[in-house]
Design a protein around this ligand. Structure first.
Ligand code: ATP
Length: 361
């Protein structure tokens, strides 16, 4: 992992709009060269947090330090930061060259230097040769790259990206995700992206902050967020998850789970868990095994009825029912065309590895 110095330090930052607490006392540090994602549902406060970094909103409480310098009272254009917005935000009446060079021109730099810098920025975003085009002669992805070049040309320490890919269609978005990561590696500056798209955050970021109702719920690397969500909100928000209410008690050196929905069973001997803080258990659909015969190597297994099947190409989602009306979703990889798929109404044995069960606060 990156052993770089801290470029952004956020200390107990809050923002209130009247009665609405948009950002609720969050602290966070971001390292130089990191690709950091602020992820959360609509209205959770991620854009407000980004806008406070940019100086477009004034915090109600708390401090923001960039490169060790307190940003209180520092205007947006005096911060070592630049921002790329959701809409392409390019000037329609200017060529690509003038769009990218605009920010440099107003600072009074020599025309020859501007030319050099603009051409270099266009190369960086793979738009070399497009300098004389007008925005209406560009595709959506190309316009977004112009916006990126315009932000990069000023060589900020930190680039803020507010849902930068949300206006693009799914295929182009995926391609641009890879490209943004490559670009960030090349330019080496810190990127902070705001997104509500978990796949985007998981695939692009070095670390993610998951936000809910103004509060950061977990900050971690993508794999940790997915495999070890800190609590029920993160578990539910990231990927698909079966979550059940449950109580946990010590039984010898193991933990016993009692759930009204999936019954009673033993789980691992984790010592780091405080049983009475757990109120739910969870299992990812892809960790569940469906077998024709009862598995004898699993601590948890039960018989389940197939109630729904949804084919998704590379995988199939299979919904099973156990007991009265508890539905569980399972994912089966379609690795072979000869694979034997169950049908609605069939019964299968459902089981999972003890360690794949998550205990949630
Ligand atoms: P989205 O993904 O929908 O843009 P978000 O997570 O970025 O959502 P914010 O835009 O930061 O959320 O908004 C957080 C909360 O603050 C919301 O409840 C929003 O209505 C409120 N809010 C944001 N800006 C203002 C404002 N200028 N005046 C009043 N309330 C605001």
């Amino acid at each position: 992992m990156i052993q770089a110095k801290t470029v952004i330090e956020i200390r107990n930052i809050s923002k209130r709009f009247g009665n609405v607490i948009a950002v609720d006392s969050n602290s966070l540090t971001i390292k130089e060269g990191e690709f950091f994602a602020l992820l959360g549902p609509s209205g959770c406060g991620k854009t407000t947090l980004l806008r406070m970094l940019a100086g477009l909103e004034v915090p109600t409480d708390g401090k923001i330090l960039i490169d060790g310098e307190d940003m209180q009272g520092v205007a947006p254009n005096h911060r070592p930061i630049n921002m790329v917005f959701q809409s392409y935000a390019v000037f329609p009446h200017m060529t690509v060259f003038d769009n990218v060079g605009y920010g440099l021109k107003v600072t009074g730099i020599a025309a020859s230097t501007i030319r050099e810098e603009v051409m270099a920025a266009l190369e960086q975003v793979r738009l070399g040769g497009y300098q004389d085009r007008m925005p209406d002669q560009l595709s959506g992805g190309q316009k977004q790259r112009v916006a990126l070049a315009r932000a990069l040309v000023k060589k900020p320490k930190v680039l803020l990206l507010d849902e930068p890919l949300s206006a693009l269609d799914a295929k182009l978005r995926e391609a641009m995700q890879l490209e943004l990561v490559k670009l960030q590696n090349t330019v080496g500056i810190t990127f902070i992206i705001v997104t509500h798209d978990q796949d985007e955050a998981l695939s692009m970021a070095d670390r993610i902050a998951v936000i809910n109702s103004g509060k950061i719920e977990q900050i971690a690397e993508p794999r940790t967020i997915y495999e070890f969500p800190a609590n029920r909100f993160v578990a539910d928000f990231i990927g698909k998850m079966n979550v059940f209410d449950a109580k946990v008690a010590k039984e010898g050196d193991r933990l016993a789970i009692q759930s009204s929905e999936i019954g009673r069973f033993l789980v691992s001997d984790r010592k780091d868990i405080e049983p009475n803080r757990i109120n739910a258990v969870a299992i990812r659909p892809e960790k569940i095994r469906l077998t024709g015969t009862r598995p004898d190597d699993s601590l948890y297994c039960t018989e389940a009825k197939i109630v729904n099947i949804a084919y998704h190409g590379k995988e199939t989602a299979i919904f099973v029912e156990i007991g009265e009306n508890t539905e569980i979703s399972c994912t089966v990889q379609n690795s072979s065309r000869k694979q034997d798929m169950p049908k609605i109404g069939d019964f299968r044995w459902l089981s999972w590895e003890v360690d794949d069960m998550l205990l949630l606060e």
